[in-house]
Write a protein that binds this ligand. Structure first.
Ligand code: HEC
Ligand code: HEC
Ligand code: HEC
Ligand code: HEC
Length: 314
């Protein structure tokens, strides 16, 4: 048989296989199960069995002004804004900082309505994906890995640009604020330039735009050999803070030999390491983030009335 025919047959067969695979998964996508379960729970909560059969559909928040994103997270996180789901398990539960104990609206997240902000502006991740693996999984080619828990505070700076001011406090982002204090206390600025912190050190790399680097660009220039956890930017940084010499040991066999990093091991606790990691991930390059003007906020105000009054009296 002609080699061309063989290749053609193989290509045809794999196409058929691919088609079958997609036909199956197209008819039974993962998100169907999550929506069905949600509507089942809703029917129970509302005492209305009809709700259990609600039609399933992809839900998305289109954000033409924020990098033209279309966030589809709510397709699975259906209960995210429904107080009835306050005590439901993930992915059905309500968002933290949105409702008080009685289920009444309360919390700063309400100033960021999901229909205008979507989710990925704070959480990053893959806006369009509709499987748990693709949204939450550790996928190297991702532009940005999803931020879970308080690491999402590293996104507040995209819009709240006053927060680095020495007098500014954003208590809702306590992990980030603690990182800001720690950066000063440990003297990181002696070696690192960070425009946000107004430091000009040159012994270490500049950190100003660090938080806007993609996973891929990070991966290409960082050595992950000594990283024990998942191979992500956040994990590399976390482990590097814990033990800089372990992650960047240098290479005695190179010519000329490379000594281990001069960055000191500060003996940081896990909590402090979380705080500093959140801080450096928050150092954004405004041009890359391209957040439109109307999303920017002057909160926290830098000069509160009491501060102005205090200065007037000095
Ligand atoms: C295919 C359904 C699906 C989609 C789409 C989806 N999620 Fe989830 N999400 C889940 C499930 C299931 C869980 C709970 C289990 C887990 O953590 O993997 C979860 C958990 C989470 C958690 C908590 C994780 C933790 O470890 O505590 C966050 C935060 C989250 N999702 C955010 C998002 C964001 C942001 C998006 C959009 C980029 C998104 N999700 C899209 C199904 C989904
Ligand atoms: C204004 C920024 C912001 C937006 C917008 C936002 N989140 Fe969050 N989200 C956070 C922060 C910060 C936390 C951590 C809160 C905490 O632990 O106190 C969080 C926590 C969560 C959690 C709880 C599990 C975890 O990781 O702690 C889930 C689930 C979640 N977000 C999903 C979503 C989804 C889905 C959307 C869009 C519908 C969304 N978020 C929009 C900032 C945001
Ligand atoms: C995409 C832009 C954007 C991001 C990201 C963002 N915010 Fe906001 N935030 C706003 C805007 C716009 C307002 C409302 C206008 C104002 O108060 O200036 C606001 C208001 C607030 C307020 C004041 C009103 C209130 O409800 O108390 C707080 C506090 C706040 N945000 C905290 C946060 C925190 C914490 C984060 C990170 C987890 C965050 N924001 C992320 C844009 C953003
Ligand atoms: C004595 C100088 C020195 C001090 C002090 C210092 N660093 Fe470093 N830092 C370095 C050098 C040199 C590197 C590059 C080699 C390496 O990977 O360790 C580095 C690397 C880093 C990186 C990785 C940058 C990248 O491109 O991935 C971060 C983030 C960082 N430092 C943050 C900090 C913080 C935060 C502090 C304060 C707690 C601090 N450093 C204190 C010298 C220093």
């Amino acid at each position: 048989m002609d080699i061309k025919n063989v290749l053609f047959a193989i290509a045809g067969l794999s196409l058929a296989g691919l088609f079958g695979y997609h036909a199956y998964h197209g008819a039974n996508p993962e998100w169907h199960d999550y929506q069905r379960t949600y509507y089942g729970m809703l029917a129970d909560k509302m005492n209305d069995p009809k709700l259990a059969g609600a039609p399933l559909k992809i839900e998305q928040v289109w954000l033409p002004t924020v990098n033209n994103r279309a966030d589809r997270c709510v397709t699975c996180h259906k209960g995210i804004g429904n107080p009835l789901f306050k005590d439901a398990p993930q992915p059905y539960t309500t968002h933290p900082q949105m409702f008080d104990d009685e289920g009444k609206p309360a919390g700063y997240i309400l100033s960021h309505p999901f229909d205008k902000f979507g989710c990925t502006v704070c959480h990053e991740g893959e806006p369009q994906a509709l499987t748990v693996e693709a949204t939450h999984g550790n996928v190297h080619h991702l532009d940005r890995e999803m931020l879970v828990g308080k690491f999402a505070e590293s996104s507040c700076s995209k819009c709240h640009r006053t927060l680095y001011h020495r007098k500014a406090d954003l208590p809702m982002a306590a992990q980030l604020m603690a990182g800001k204090d720690l950066f000063k206390k440990k003297g990181c600025g002696a070696c690192h330039t960070a425009k946000q912190m107004k430091t000009k050190g040159t012994a270490g790399p500049e950190l100003s735009g660090f938080g806007s680097k993609t996973e891929l660009s990070f991966y290409l220039v960082h050595d992950f050999h000594h990283v024990e956890g998942e191979h992500t930017k956040l994990q590399w940084e976390w482990e590097h803070f814990k033990d800089p010499q372990k992650i960047t040991p240098g290479n005695p066999n190179a010519n000329p030999p490379q000594p281990p990093t001069i960055m000191p091991n500060f003996g940081l606790s896990d909590e402090e390491t979380d705080q500093l990691t959140t801080l450096i991930m928050s150092f954004k390059e405004d041009v890359k983030e391209a957040v439109p003007m109307h999303f920017l906020s002057n909160y926290p105000p830098i000069e509160t009335e009491t501060e102005v009054a205090a200065v007037a009296q000095e």
